[in-house]
Every structure is written in structure tokens, then in C-alpha cells.
Design a protein around this ligand. Sequence first.
Ligand code: PMP
Length: 486
Amino acid sequence: EYKGMSKGQMMEIRRQNCNPVTMKITYYKKPMFIHQGHMQWLWDVDGRRYLDLFAGVATVSLGHCHPKVTAAAQKQLKTLWHTTNIYVHPTLHEYCEKLASYLPDPLKVIYLTNSGSEANDLAMLMARLHTGNFDIITFRGSYHGGTQQTMGLTSNMPYKYPIATSSGCTHTMCPDVFRGPWGGSHCRDSPVQTIRDCSCAQGCCKAINIAFIHTNLCIITVTKIIFFDPTGHCMASEQYIGQLKETFATSVPSRIAGFFAEPIQGMGGAVQYPKNYLKEAYKLVRERGGICIADEVQTGFGRTGSHFWGFQGHEVIPDMVTMAKGIGNGFPIGAVVTTPEIAASFGKAYHFNTFGGSPIACAVASSVLDTIKEDGIQQNSHNVGTYLLTELAKLRDQHEIIGDVRGKGLQIGVEMVTDKVSRSPLSPEAMSEIFEDIKDMGVLIGKGGVYGQTFRIQPPMCITKEDVDFFLAVFNKAINNYVDRK
Ligand code: PMP
């Protein structure tokens, strides 16, 4: 019982009064009743403590009820809540100037929203208005939002309704070097290698399973081909770019409006693209009149560790960046940042948003930026994330059902397979068994991937090496338990 209400009553209210469809995706078999949080910790109504390694889908970036952010919100609550955007309030201007200083030229014009979906919706509109074109390309497996427009961008079936959503969105092959037809360990910018090193004399080939031929083209099986170039150049990237070119040739007009990509996929399962892919893709999109949009809703604000923004890891500068989630450490705020030139194309009508850029949202988001700096959050994400990735790669080498460990900083995916040879996705039932077991041992993580086959670790970025050690022991035990039961 909590505040006079039993769990049964809460579930009944949920069934009757609150978005009952979410009952289907309630994260655990037995729903979690969470009522309190502090930094990387959550407590349920029975007083049980959990180590939160998912942060409400990479949202509570700095920690639950982070004292500095909470203090900033409280201070603003006592001063001014909300005046709509018809007046000028200093909090908004202080924040926009600060946020702009984190972005490279010419990305200096900011539109504040309340969510990631809203930010991407606005970005779609701006891309179309600016270019005069209509077609937009995203990756299969991507998630960009749940409004009717952004649902068209999203390519993740459980989140799509069987009606016509926005038209003009085409999904190209996701350059996934683990599950896709082309791959290779040099392809990703990650401290861990995808595929175990082979012991060939050149030390160049990566063996998935069977034999390979020592040439620039290593043939592993009929279906799995790993390209390797001794200079370290990723040849898989060119193959996936070939797929993008095929999309241009077959599915969209010669002039396009834009191309959306998450720097590392989130809901898709922390999929990382081969190095150079985005650089080349941006070039091709711009040649066709389109603009390039980085969806940093999950990857921004230091999550990838090495960089403040995920796109920086790809050595590209987008024409537009969308952000949400971590921007407010869990407080609802989102943003579109773009160039003055694109913003100018957006001046023909009023763009009004009652809550976007409210004083509280701006005070919170401003404090988030300060705290990232003061608490060394990005560096911690890099250090702890690299340690976690390295240790997870060791577990991958011990367990047949861990197919892939990938990511950067604290944007991490662990892809589960039935076995390393077939790489068939582990079944949803098996995933659920392991997932529940991990929760029962006191750790919360996430799930994702097109087949729900990838565990996702995207914690508040304040976690420590000790937290990681605890999680690794729990994860190892949950896998052993699963294997023992089989
Ligand atoms: N883009 C990405 C990459 C996301 O992960 C999400 C949410 N999961 C969104 C956009 C949509 O954000 P929101 O739920 O705030 O609308």
C-alpha cells in the first residue's frame, strides 16, 4: 500500500484512466512502483533500492533529483513560472546564449520545445520550408518520436500505428556492422571491437566463425562478408553508402528535404555506424539539396564521453540538431538548433509554443549545463563508460549468448544472440527472463533493437566504477542462471 492506495488499485486506475495501451509495454512482468530517486538510485514503494542504469531512457542525465538542478528549479519556482513566449524573460536568453556556446558555428539559432518528438516535428517542417523539397530519409530501426509526423520518421514497428502517418519519409538500410551484411571491427568508433580478433599472421582479419581468406576482402561465410583495408579504412562504410545511393535511385525524387540520423541509435539498440558513413551520407544529401539533422535526443550532453555531441564523433557538422531528454535531466524541455540561414526560411508565419522555453525549463536546463561542467560529467561518462565497455567485452568472450558489445561513453548496447555462429536474436522470452532476473537482483537496464534483442545501458552519468562492478556481477549471474535453467 502506498498513500492509502494498493498496487491493485493503482493498476486498475491505470487500466481505466491512464493510457491503457502502455500496460502492454509495462517494462516488467510485475510493474515497478517507483516513488523516489536520488542520483543513480531509485526506490520502490516497498522501500527496495535499485541501481538505475537506464535513467528513464537516457533522460535523467545527471542523476535523479540532482541537488544542484533541484535547487535551480526551486529558486525559479519562487520567482516566475510561466509567462508564455509573448514577453521577454531573462532566463530564456541566458539559457539560449549558454546553449549556443556549446555548438559549433553556424549552429546558433535555438527554438525551445517540450519534448524530442516536438523538436523533430519542427525540424521536419523547417527542413521542408527551407529546401522547398519534401522527402526525408532516416534509418531503419530509428526512433524519432511518436507524433503523427515523427512517427513517419520512426522505423521501429512497435511504435507505429496501422494508419498512414506522415508521407514523404523513406527508411534506408541502417549501417549496422554487427547485424547487417557488411561489417568489420575497424568500422566503429568504440573502445571495444565488435568481433573477436583472429590470430592470423597479419593480425588484420576478424573471424566471426569459419575460415577467412587473407586478402583485402575476407570472406567469412556466404552471407557474412568482412571488408578490411590494411590502412584501417572501413570498407563496409562504402557498401552501406551504396545502399543509401540505391535509396536515392529508387525511392526518392532527385531533390530531397533532409536526412535524420541519431549519432548512435538509441531505441534501435545502440547501433553505431561505420566510421566515415555519416560524413559521406551528409555529402550525398547536401548534393541533393537536403539538409542534415542530428537527433541528439539520447546522445547529447556528454553521453558519448569523448564528445559533448554525438555528431562530433563522426566529424560532421549538421545543419540542424534536435535535443531533449538529457537537456533537462528529466524536466520536459527539447530544442532545435539551426543556422541563421535556415531560421530565416522559417519566418513567414508565427511559430508559437506556449510552454517551450518556460522560465523553469530554462533555469533547469541552464543548471544542467553548469553541472555537466562542474561535476566533470562528460569525463566521467568517458571513464566509467570505457571501463564498462571493456569489462562487458570480457563477458562477451565468455558467454555464447552475448553477440556484441558496443557503444561509446554511457550509450551502450549488449546484443544477445542464440549463438555466435548464427547470430539469431535471442527470443523475447529469453530476454525477458534475463531482464527480470537483473531487476530482481537490484539493477534496472533497458531493452531495444528491432527484435528486442539488445540490452541498453544508458544510466545517469554520475555512476561510479563500483556501480559498474556491481552490475557486471549481476549481469554475469543472470546469464549463468539463464544458461543453467536451459
Ligand atoms: N529521438 C530519439 C532519438 C528518442 O530516443 C526519442 C524518445 N525515445 C525521441 C526522439 C522522442 O522524444 P520524446 O519522447 O521526448 O518525444
